[in-house]
Write a protein that binds this ligand. Structure first.
Ligand code: GLA
Length: 382
């Protein structure tokens, strides 16, 4: 992204001295709704992110200007000053979470903008949180480690934005590495980078541009279902700490002790654990067709068991299948946003053209298309 407009606005509003920081959005190859269940995720940072000019102002005030909303928010950093603009709450939350960890930081001025599509399931909010967590840590020499920065972003979502999210998005944004996906075990926080360069294939996102208003509350309810099932299994199997630790046979044992809906949610989560492991094995053998099959299986689970898909996403998934695309599934939290597709290079043009035509015939607008470029995580720009 060209950051000239950010710098120009900062100079205009606050002066000539500033530092530039950025953090990316993310994709996730497989392992969806597993992070808050202690399972595996397999994300990578992308070449789209949030970019911020920032400089301390030696007051207790934060003066933040969002170029995308063309709006300024000014707030003090005490708890009662929660700003009214939703976008400003992410910055406020990061500041509060840093302070809660015992650090004193003064106010600052900032201008920021981004090129992560909003509501597309690519975690523009994690990019925003990570940008400020990383920048404030650096500017005020707080010496927090990268994992703490990711936790600060997650706590911001929990405490100031109403989403009880897992750690995947913030982790991927902070820890991203060019040309690599990172497999994270969310129970132990152990992680491993996997070089990702699928010869002969492309990863492409097709964006329904659907954003459901109730996505956050539906997300939180999925999490509660998982917690309920986990409690029931735990009471019989003490070795189970998270739902992802449970086996299919443990789930069958408790089937009559949980609601049908909760049972379906758990069925998806436990199935998804195996799919991530299958994908890792297939990647080691450069077997992208198996990776793709697992992606389709995940889509089915997310649509029929976890019920976080929608007709637009299911439609794009069907189009992908009809076009011979190797793998396709809804990506991220769901309830709108994108499908992620693993497609052979020679089928790419036909798939994109067909998706555009068929989708607009049915829904009256074209899906947006983004090629995925796996990039670095949070950083200072020179
Ligand atoms: C959202 C959340 C993540 C994760 C995904 C689903 O992106 O922020 O923590 O749960 O949904 O995998």
């Amino acid at each position: 992204m060209d950051t000239t407009i950010i710098k120009d606005k900062f100079r205009l509003l606050f002066g000539d001295k500033f530092y530039m920081y950025t953090s990316p959005g993310r994709i996730n190859l497989i392992g969806e709704h597993t992070d808050y269940n202690g399972g595996y995720v397999f994300p990578g940072a992308i070449d789209k992110g949030i970019y911020a000019a920032i400089y301390p102002n030696a007051t207790q005030q934060v003066r933040a200007f969002s170029l995308d909303y063309n709006e300024q928010s000014v707030f003090e950093t005490t708890e009662k000053d929660l700003p009214s603009q939703p976008w400003a709450r992410y910055i406020f939350g990061v500041v509060r979470e840093i302070k809660k960890r015992g650090f004193e930081i003064s106010g600052f001025d900032t201008v920021f903008a981004g090129d992560v599509p909003l509501g597309a399931g690519m975690s523009s909010s994690a990019a925003l949180e990570s940008t400020f967590a990383y920048a404030l840590n650096d500017i005020f020499s707080l010496n927090m480690d990268k994992l703490t920065l990711a936790y600060i972003g997650q706590a911001t979502e929990h405490n100031y934005c109403g989403v009880k999210c897992g750690i995947m998005d913030q982790f991927a944004s902070v820890f991203g590495k060019k040309n690599s996906l990172v497999r994270l075990n969310c129970a132990t926080m152990e992680y491993e980078y996997f070089p990702f360069n699928p010869q002969g294939y492309k990863l492409v996102l097709t964006d329904t541009c659907v954003k459901h208003e109730l996505a956050s509350s539906a997300y939180n309810r999925r999490r509660e279902s998982c917690e309920r099932v986990c409690e029931v299994i735990k009471s019989r199997h003490q070795e189970v700490k998270f739902l992802s630790d449970a086996t299919m046979s443990m789930l069958q044992e408790v089937k009559n002790h949980v609601s049908d809906e909760d049972y379906l949610r758990a069925l998806y989560v436990i199935g998804e654990k195996q799919r991530v492991l299958d994908v890792c094995k297939a990647l080691e053998n450069n077997d992208y067709e198996t990776v793709g099959k697992c992606m389709y299986a995940t889509h089915k689970g997310m649509s029929k068991e976890y019920e976080v898909s929608c007709s637009e996403l299911d439609f794009l998934n069907d189009v992908a299948k009809d076009c011979g695309v190797s793998g396709s599934r809804v990506m991220g939290g769901g309830f709108g946003g994108c499908t992620i597709n693993l497609v052979k290079e020679e089928l790419y043009d036909n798939f994109i053209a067909t998706a555009r035509n068929k989708f607009s015939e049915k829904f009256g607008k074209e899906p947006k298309v983004y090629d995925v470029v796996i990039s670095d995580g949070s950083r200072k720009l020179e």
